[in-house]
Ligand binder design. Structure first.
Ligand code: G3P
Ligand code: CA
Length: 249
């Protein structure tokens, strides 16, 4: 089965990395919900993509320079649309409480930098809700992946990449990752790396194919899933009983 991964939640219908985006992803048939974690100045994991709160909230400043209390009062919805005014940046705890009640797996991205204690806190919050078996923890930062391996070796890990390179297969083997997730262009232009990863038992879920015309070629290239902003459309595309001829889509 092709994994249908909701990138930052169903982020075309609700503000990315918010509780409504996660709820919409579940409603739209996501098999994985992806989200991003950063840690506040006072050590609270929150769910937000950028280093700063500037783009997606009413505030300003770096996440790690702000306290959880300072972030909790920011408006994280108005930038997306007036109907979402008053939404908050969710804590990791709030996010996990919502996702624990749903059927989807969790694709948990830890944004660097993250200290060993911060990674321990994140893993502990997953463990408290019995979510470790339903989670893949991924990062662009190999140090973060190694920390996850040291803390909870049984948890599936993912290596995020901007580019496949000559070391990709070996690095994936060394880190013992279940998934190696590159930019979608690399999947289409890197059949040798795709074959090497398949031989190593490593799945590939590229980001961020938002154009339906990309999905067929990526599936043909052997992906395990697609990380997209359009998870509802992907659910329809991948589960429709009568597929359109490949030459069309
Ligand atoms: O899960 C893959 C994708 O989220 C990585 O890129 O920048 O959206 O976190 P980014
Ligand atoms: Ca991400």
């Amino acid at each position: 089965m092709l994994h249908r991964v909701a990138h930052r939640g169903y982020s075309t219908v609700a503000p990315e990395n918010t509780l409504p985006a996660f709820a919409a992803a579940l409603r739209a048939g996501a098999t994985f919900v992806e989200f991003d974690i950063r840690v506040t100045r006072d050590g609270v994991p929150v769910v937000i993509h950028d280093r700063t709160v500037n783009r997606t909230t009413s505030g300003a400043g770096r996440v790690w320079d702000l306290t959880a209390e300072e972030i909790a009062v920011l408006d994280a919805g108005s930038w997306f649309g007036p109907g979402f005014a008053g939404l908050r940046v969710p804590t990791l705890a709030e996010t996990l409480d919502l996702l624990a009640a749903g059927p989807a797996e969790l694709l948990v991205e830890i944004k660097p930098p993250a200290t060993l204690d911060e990674v321990k806190t994140i893993v502990a919050q997953l463990a408290e809700r019995d979510l470790l078996g339903r989670s893949v923890i991924q990062s662009f930062d190999t140090d973060v992946i190694r920390k996850v391996r040291d803390i909870a070796p049984e948890v599936r890990r993912g290596l995020l990449l901007f580019r496949f390179d000559a070391e990709t297969v070996q690095l994936s083997r060394e880190l013992g990752v279940a998934y190696c997730n590159p930019d979608l262009a690399d999947v289409l232009s890197g059949p040798e790396t795709m074959a090497g990863l398949a031989e190593a038992g490593v799945g590939v879920m590229p980001w961020t194919p938002n154009d339906m015309a990309q999905w067929g070629p990526l599936v043909d290239a052997g992906v395990a899933g697609l990380i997209t902003d359009h998870v509802g459309e992907l659910t329809g595309w991948s589960t429709a009983p009568a597929a359109a001829p490949a030459a069309i889509l």
